[in-house]
Design a protein around this ligand. Structure first.
Ligand code: WT7
Length: 574
């Protein structure tokens, strides 16, 4: 049982989209939310049509869809321009013989080309796999191989990390910004786009046809390909209205990278389905840059993450006063626990409530949220979205009463729920083992007012700065280092990043622990896998705790780290 929290932040803004949560929850039906789509009249649909072309067809073509800037570029695109450019890219892919159901990957830094490619691929019915630009060769290879990608859109710099020899299915490497000679399988994006027509016959698909494939990590095995379908648009449209609280004249900024699900669903689909202008800012995080971005574009709705808010808090209250942030109307956070302290700070310095919400790659859209029309209890993720039934269940699937901790579960299905783990039905079924529940892997409790409170992961998945890292992927890379005999990886609590990655390592004979070796191992993971997956801390041990079958017992490593009892050790060897 947990203690009740009494702190409440009252409703502050009026005139929002969801006036009365309780009423909406009681009467809401997904079927009512979907009446706007072509599917309703023709039986067929396409996400990119609904997000872009529809606005042109309905006379909103001159409205700004995308405001892009980074260190070297500053551009803006209307819905009509995005329609024409994504049409062109759809034609490019078709001319290469690519079509419905084929996997097209996009591996590049945020840029307008990324968004036109994404939408163009969706328009011809391809399934898009976005890859975070920080991925290094091993991470890129695993994902492209698993998905049997046929084409990838990338840049001359990033293509160095694509091991073509090991990717026979990958027929086309489309390079954005190439200069000079093209190599094997390479094509120039600019050249193909210049030649392509801006008129396209859209591939009208079924609601249950594949849309995008986001790779994410579990506690065992390689990253899994989470498949989402066009039907998710129902949830993306509706959560955009009620959680993001989007209105026609909003300027909306989601700070997530499209390599992750927040960056596609809430950086692109949800705002565009709602016909709203989105800001995309390239480059790295810096407090000044972020505040400048809000000031410059007069951002009204801002969706970010706890680590970023904690870093902004660290940058100080005076910095906030240097900028005009008065355009902000609605602020949201997702991806990791949002400390009550940060919520209080946001209220003090921005004069705004930060609205926490909860979802996962697998859920394809927000499921539990704080709404503008609802009181906020700092530290709580809020209440289930109308149309979603969330519960806390025990390991047999029985619902638990308020204040009891257990598995955070959702009654399946819902519109944006994943429909497949790519080529791995057994992994998919694991989530639904306690029917009718989807078991999230998070533990939480619910209070008597129906607010949900996050407590942790029940598995070994690590959440560092809001990025989800599977310990297995890191361990597999670590043991490829010549000095490493065995490695076990855990998340260690960290005040800024939520968790940091810590590796326990047993060295091979002939190697001695040293600061230099630690650096070398860290570099090895950074260069081979991804910077965010490299352990910030490494501790050497003569031996690691293992089961008799040879599996490293991460739970024992975690107990060591936290100075907690190690629990049942009956399965441990000697
Ligand atoms: C995991 C999902 C949310 C989409 C992007 C991340 C954690 C997510 C919250 C929150 C505490 C949260 C959970 C979840 N998480 N939102 N509001 N409070 N924890 O998606 O990479 O699939 O990660 O992030 O542990 O299972 P993801």
């Amino acid at each position: 049982m947990v203690e009740e929290t009494k702190e409440l932040i009252p409703v502050m803004t009026s005139g929002n989209n969801l006036q009365n949560y309780e009423e909406a929850y009681a009467s809401f039906k997904w079927e009512d939310a979907e009446k706007e789509f072509t599917w309703y009249t023709t039986g067929k649909v396409n996400m990119a049509y609904e997000a872009i072309d529809r606005h042109v067809d309905e006379g909103r073509g001159d409205k700004t869809a995308l405001l892009f800037s980074d260190a070297t570029r500053e551009e803006s695109y209307t819905f009509a321009q995005m329609k024409a450019l994504s049409n062109k890219f759809g034609n490019v892919l078709r001319s290469l013989g690519i079509g419905k159901g084929d996997r097209v990957f996009i591996f590049m830094p945020r840029s307008p080309e990324l968004y036109m490619s994404y939408a163009g691929a969706v328009k011809i019915g391809a399934i898009v796999g976005p890859l975070f630009e920080a991925f290094m060769e091993a991470a890129v290879k695993d994902r492209l191989q698993d998905a049997e990608a046929v084409a990838i859109v990338t840049t001359p710099k990033l293509k160095e990390r694509i091991p073509l020899a090991e990717l026979p299915a990958l027929k086309h490497v489309i390079l954005v910004g190439s200069e000079g000679e093209l190599g094997e399988r390479e094509l120039s994006f600019e050249k193909l786009m210049a030649e392509a027509s801006d008129q396209l016959e859209i591939e009208w698909v079924d609601r249950e046809d594949g849309l995008q494939l986001h790779y994410t990590s579990g506690s065992t095995g390689k990253p899994k390909g989470v498949l989402h379908v066009h039907n998710a648009m129902i949830q993306h449209l509706q959560t955009g209205k009620w959680v993001l609280d989007l209105k026609q004249d909003d300027v909306y900024w989601c700070t997530a990278d499209p390599g992750w699900v927040t960056g596609t669903v809430y950086g692109m689909w949800s705002p565009w389905l709602n016909g709203v202008t989105t800001v995309i800012r390239g480059g790295r995080f810096s407090p000044d840059d972020w505040y400048q971005t809000i000031e410059k574009y007069r951002v009204t709705v801002w969706y970010s993450a706890p680590t970023a808010f904690r870093m902004l808090m660290g940058a100080g209250d005076d910095l906030v006063k240097k900028y005009d942030l008065s355009s902000l109307r609605h602020v949201l956070s997702v991806g990791e626990p949002l400390n009550a302290e940060v919520v209080r700070w946001g209220l003090k310095v921005y004069g705004k409530r930060i609205h926490d919400n909860w979802w996962m790659t697998e859920t394809g859209g927000q499921l539990i949220s704080n709404y503008p029309s609802m009181e906020i209890k700092p530290g709580s993720m809020g209440k289930p979205f109308p149309g979603i039934y969330a519960a806390i269940v025990d390991d047999q699937g029985n619902e638990l009463p308020p204040y009891r901790m257990g598995n955070l579960a959702i009654r399946a299905p819902w519109p944006s729920m994943m429909r497949q783990i790519w080529k791995n039905p057994a992994k998919y079924e694991e989530y639904f083992r306690l029917k009718p529940w989807y078991i999230s892997g998070d533990s939480a409790y619910k209070d008597e007012d129906g607010y949900f409170w996050f407590q942790g992961r029940v598995d070994d998945v690590i959440n560092t700065s809001g990025e989800r890292v599977g310990p297995f992927e890191v361990e597999s890379k670590l043991v490829e280092h010549p000095a490493v005999a065995e490695a076990g990886v855990i998340g260690k609590p960290d005040p800024l990043r939520g968790e940091i990655i810590k590796a326990f390592i047993a060295l091979r004979d002939g190697y001695q622990p040293s600061e230099e070796l630690i650096k070398d191992i860290q570099e090895f993971v950074k260069k081979g896998l991804a910077a965010h997956a490299a352990p910030r801390e490494i501790e050497f041990r003569d031996k690691l705790p293992k089961t008799r079958s040879g599996k490293i017992m991460r739970r024992v490593l975690k107990a060591w780290e936290l100075g907690l009892p190690t629990g049942d050790l009956s399965t441990m060897e000697d």
